[in-house]
Design a protein around this ligand. Sequence first.
Ligand SMILES: [Zn+2]
Length: 317
Amino acid sequence: MPADPTASANFGVVNDALPSRYRGRFAPSPTGPLHFGSLVAAVGSYVDARAAHGEWLVRIEDLDPPREIRGAADDILRTLDALGLNWDGAVLYQSTRADAYASAVDRLRNARVTYPCACTRQEIADSAIASIDGALVYPGTCRNGLPPGRSARAMRVRVDDAVVEFADAVYGRIRQHLGREIGDFIAVRADGLFAYQLAVVVDDADQQITDVVRGADLLDSTPRQIFLQRLLGVATPGYMHLPVATNAQGEKLSKQTNALAVDRSRPAAAVIDALRFLGQAPPGELARATPAAALEWASAHWRRARIPRQRTIAVAS
Ligand SMILES: [Zn+2]
């Protein structure tokens, strides 16, 4: 089935209009404490929301139990709190959202845009074509039915010739040919877990997010998410991706690269470091103020146009 946006009328429209007031979010995975890389996304999304007199929500993306660290979600929330990054409403946990994801999968299945896939990782590696970021483009083996004698492991969404284009507030026009650059992608994983792309789309729609501000490592995921929004008949928010902090070797700061936890004992300095990374120019004396004062200054003086356009920036770690 072609990716015709008008086809969404057949899907049971859940939420096809965005609220008029800005609603942003920060959505960390609880794989470790908040480090400078995730702090940049927290501060950038928070200040962008407050500068627009909007709301800022927090969602814990605890969709993948094997990757999670016990206590990390609470630790992240304590750090946000210490830094004056006060969120609106209750924190949403993806681990409580299985029914919503299952219902979205049913809608996709009923619309016949999904199919079961029997392929193992090795089989795909053997026959796939490498895509833009070195990830593998699924070769379409199961698109017209499971090979004889094989049983379904995962569920994929068919992309056909869909081309998705959007205007990112920092990186400008982004265009992706899903068939050539991504291939039919996973909605339900072989281990039975819902795929990240699906969960994010369902959550952003249900939380009525108007503006997604997050790291540029997700820039290549955004077209898949917009494609799913069209299939599910939900609104597409505005997108602004932020440069990703790396170590001197160019690796994204993460638990795997031993990124240091944000120092809660110097909260204003942490906020100011994140603002400077984002090209803003907070006055030095704010480092001796409260983090709330630093965030208030930032919300009043926020300039999206000053955010650097490199996808990654190395920081001392
Ligand atoms: Zn397959």
